[in-house]
Design a protein around this ligand. Structure first.
Ligand SMILES: OB(O)c1ccc2cc[nH]c2c1
Length: 241
């Protein structure tokens, strides 16, 4: 997978050199290219923002640098007919979910546009954005952190990235439920003991316990996920969670 990231703060993306994503890059599974938006700004001051039409607080990112940047990046694929999927992290986007991550993990070339200030001029979004993605109902100062979040969730789904493939298929949300609690040694920590079933060696019983705990946790913390499961089951005629 190739990933291009356009930002006015390239250093904000330095965590992509570390850990899971860093290892995927070192192994050639992920090919990340960072671009400073200012290199495409057409004025001597390399300006990327201007006052908002209609007034209001803050500044808006100018269309010219973005248009030039995305035109040049998209042209990289012209020779062999490749076209990138252009992603804009934004608080007003479609909610990012595990299913969305799986969708993006199948895309060979992603381009992330990291907005700042009050956002990017709407004409850029209208023309270029394939996906506007929100990572939650709160507002960050820019798209860089959201890009890190999205990229980590997508990268761990790429073949060969996570050693034990099961730890991906058993993820929270993969089956629509929150994961059951996890434990490791020692069997007793202070006055707290690991549930006996997990030390029983009875894998069928362990599976039942984990499913029950996942359902209990999901009902307690995310009843919306259960409602979604029930609706999906109703739609396809199966039994539900
Ligand atoms: O919360 B966010 O995901 C987000 C994304 C992009 C921009 C640009 C300015 N503020 C932003 C916030």
């Amino acid at each position: 997978m190739r990933v291009d990231i356009v930002t006015i703060f390239p250093d904000y993306l330095s965590p992509l050199e570390l850990s899971l994503v860093g290892r995927a890059r070192a192994r050639g599974i992920l090919d990340v290219h960072l671009h400073d938006l200012r290199q495409w700004a057409d004025d001597v001051h390399r300006s990327v923002d201007d006052a908002p039409y209609g007034g209001g607080p803050g500044m808006v990112m100018r269309p010219q640098p973005w248009w030039a940047a995305l035109t040049e990046i998209r042209a990289l694929g012209a020779a062999d007919g490749r076209r990138p999927r252009i992603v804009v992290p934004t608080p007003v986007g479609r909610p990012f979910t595990q299913a969305y991550a799986a969708d993006l993990a199948d895309v060979p070339w992603l381009v992330f546009c990291c907005g700042r200030y009050e956002g990017i001029d709407a004409r850029v979004i209208d023309e270029w954005a394939d996906d506007e993605i929100s990572i939650g109902d709160y507002v960050l100062a820019g798209g860089e952190v959201a890009t890190l979040v999205i990229l980590e969730a997508v990268t761990r789904l790429l073949p060969g990235v996570v050693g034990n493939a099961e730890s991906v298929t058993d993820d929270s949300f993969t089956d629509g439920l929150l994961e059951a609690p996890v434990y490791t040694r020692p069997a007793v920590w202070g006055d707290r003991e690991v549930p006996a079933v997990l030390r029983s060696g009875d894998h069928a019983a362990i599976g039942r316990w984990r499913r029950a705990e996942a359902l209990r946790r999901t009902a307690q913390r995310r009843p919306d996920l259960l409602a979604r499961q029930d609706q999906a089951a109703a739609d396809d005629g199966s039994g539900g969670a």
